[in-house]
Structures are given as C-alpha cells and as structure tokens.
Design a protein around this ligand. Structure first.
Ligand SMILES: Nc1ncnc2c1ncn2[C@@H]1O[C@H](COP(=O)(O)OP(=O)(O)OP(=O)(O)O)[C@@H](O)[C@H]1O
Ligand SMILES: [Mg+2]
Length: 332
C-alpha cells in the first residue's frame, strides 16, 4: 500500500488582531503582545491510498483547520504536505502558492452544502462549472457528463434542470458530493459532512461514501464528532487534543484498546436519549485555551492519572503496539 498523503509537522497559527484598547496601551509605551491561537500544532501522519482516516476530538481542537489545510484552501504556518510525494502546501507569509493540479485531486465536502450551492444556478451548471473551467470536459459534453455523475450519487437525471431549494437536505448533500466528484478527485476531506442530516438519512449518505470509495478508488479524511459514525466508516483514527495528535491506531484497536486517557474519556460517550447516537460526553474540566496551552502534557489539568512529570514534561509520541501510537507518560 502506498501513501497518498503525507502530513509533515504541519502547524497553523491564527494571530488575533490587537483591539483598540491594547493599541492605546501600546501608545503609552507598554508592550501588549498579540494573541496567537495555535490551532494546529506540529501534526504529522500519513494516509494510505484507499484508506478512510477518521479525525476526532472536542470542539476547537483543530480538526477543520487541519482539513482545510489538507484540502489546499487554507495556507500553512509551517510544515509540509505531500500528495503522491509531490509537495503542494502554500504558506501564510505572502507567498500562498499551491499546486492547482493537486488542489483538484483533493476536494472538501462541508456540513452544509446548501450555503455553498448557488440558489440561482441549475444543478447541471453547479456540477459542470468546475470541470468546464478546468477544461476537463467540453461544454457540449456536459449533459452526458452530469447525467453520469448524478447516477453515481443516486440522483435521477431529472435533477439536472432543477434548483438547489427543490431538494431535501440529504439530496443536497448528494449534489455537494456530485460537485466534488466532477473534477475526478482521489482524496476527499469530509468535514462533519453528515452532521446536519436526519439520522435516517445519515446512514444512506455514509453508505454512498463507502460505495464511491469502492467504485472510484477514493481515499477519505473523515472528520466527525459522532464516534458511532467514525467507528463505522474509519479504517484508522487520529485523536486530536488542543491542536496536537495524542493517539493514532486502526479503528478496531482504538475502540477495543484505547491507550491515551483522553481517548478513553472520549469513548466513554453514552448514546443520547433523543438520537441514540454516540457522541462525546463532556470530559471533566474546561478545555484549555489554544492561546496559552498548559505546560507538559496538554491534557494533564483534566487527566485523572496525572503525575508531577505530566505537569513539567511533554510526553513523547511512541508506538505502544504495532501501528498504534500514543503520547502519554503512562507508557514510559
Ligand atoms: N479564522 C480563524 N481566526 C482565528 N481563530 C480561528 C480561526 N479558525 C479557527 N480558529 C481557532 O482555531 C482553533 C481550532 O478551530 P477548528 O475550527 O479547527 O476546530 P474544530 O476541531 O474543527 O472544532 P469544531 O468541532 O467545533 O468544528 C479554535 O480555537 C478556533 O477558535
Ligand atoms: Mg470543525
């Protein structure tokens, strides 16, 4: 199996602009530091061709930021992204260049396709716009082309001449998927792509993702706060906390032998009464700020196994069993 994507020490900082009060303080000679959010902090992992890698972690841990950098729609602060061993990442510092050929090969599907579908455009034009623009198809072929893609995502040909508002949420997500597929991607970043759908529709869209993976040999980075969904769809799981990876292993291994106390706490999620879905239960303690992360292990203020070493030393990310990595002092 070959690696399709290599994420190498990738970081993303967001610098919060100084507000007026702080500017006034600075005018009087006091130095007020700009606040920097370390949204993604030195993240490295590989994705194998055909694999589904799930990304989990509480709100604000950097999942979407990571996904957007991989999809080439957000520049990196530092690090490197390789697709088929070809470097494609763009950087913050004035030279946001990215490889447009690779950008087409990596597509992103968001939570709410409706906000990104032009309400005045017919479905045939929504789907064919990018492939015509990038000269992947000619205008005269668009009808045949769109018909084929609609068929792949389980929509009838009659969808072509309709407008986005004439479809249900699940159908609109299928249109969003069709639009992403129209440029023949190899890798798809799904960011909470089924979160907005009714539970009954979610299963259908997950099955569509799995079928497309098979039929079109796709690879996915699948971001979801729903552990049940991740368990169902992912081959491997990446667990993030405060911008960093704390644990990675195959899906079977993560769910049967979680190693990191943070992963264990996440998996203690119980099915909620209304949806019967496994979502994260709130873990004890507040999520620390990514502007001022704690010393040592970032999870130590909330960890029930925390020792003095956890407060002072950063744990190394070690292989605890074959292809199972975790960053916890309990392993040393
Ligand atoms: N454009 C931005 N400017 C400043 N800070 C940002 C920006 N985008 C994200 N952040 C911050 O970066 C951190 C990571 O955000 P991100 O949206 O990647 O988290 P997430 O894991 O996707 O969360 P959620 O589960 O809520 O979608 C958060 O602290 C967030 O406030
Ligand atoms: Mg997000």
């Amino acid at each position: 199996m070959t690696d399709i994507l290599k994420v190498l020490q990738v970081s993303k900082n967001f610098v919060k602009p100084i507000d007026i009060a702080s500017k006034v303080v600075n005018m009087f000679g006091n130095f007020y530091n700009q606040e920097v959010v370390h949204a993604v902090d030195n993240v490295s992992f590989n994705v194998t061709s055909g694999e589904v890698v799930g990304v989990v972690g509480e709100s604000g841990c950097g999942k979407s930021t990571l996904g957007r950098m991989i999809a080439g729609i957000l520049p990196l602060t530092s690090g490197k992204l390789d697709f088929h061993d070809q470097h494609y990442s763009g950087f913050d510092e004035g030279n946001y260049k990215h490889n447009s050929h690779i950008d087409l090969k990596i597509q992103m599907i968001f939570q709410d396709p409706f906000s990104s579908l032009n309400p005045r455009q017919k479905i045939i034009d929504i789907i064919s716009e990018a492939p015509i623009h990038h000269k992947l198809i000619s205008k005269k072929d668009k009808k045949y082309f769109v018909k084929d893609i609609l068929n792949k995502v389980g929509l009838g040909t009659d969808a072509m001449d309709r407008f986005p508002h004439q479809f249900s949420g699940g159908q609109r997500q299928r249109i969003g998927i069709a639009r992403a597929l129209a440029v023949s991607p190899e890798f798809i970043v799904c960011d909470e792509s089924i979160a907005a759908l009714d539970v009954s529709i979610q299963a259908q869209v997950i099955n569509l993702f799995l079928k497309l993976r098979q039929d079109l040999n796709l690879t996915y980075l699948f971001i979801s706060h729903d552990i049940g969904v991740i368990q169902h769809i992912a081959d491997r799981v990446v667990v993030m906390y405060l911008g960093q990876i704390v644990e990675t292993a195959s899906s079977d291994e993560i769910f049967s032998h979680p190693n990191h106390p943070y992963t264990k706490a996440l998996l203690e999620g119980v099915p909620t009464l209304d949806t019967k879905k496994k979502i994260y239960t709130p873990i004890k303690g507040e999520i620390p700020s990514p502007i001022n992360p704690p010393s040592g292990c970032y999870f130590h203020p909330r960890c029930k196994f925390s020792t003095n070493k956890c407060i002072t030393d950063k744990p190394s990310y070690k292989e605890v069993s074959p292809n199972h990595f975790s960053a916890c002092h309990l392993n040393s």
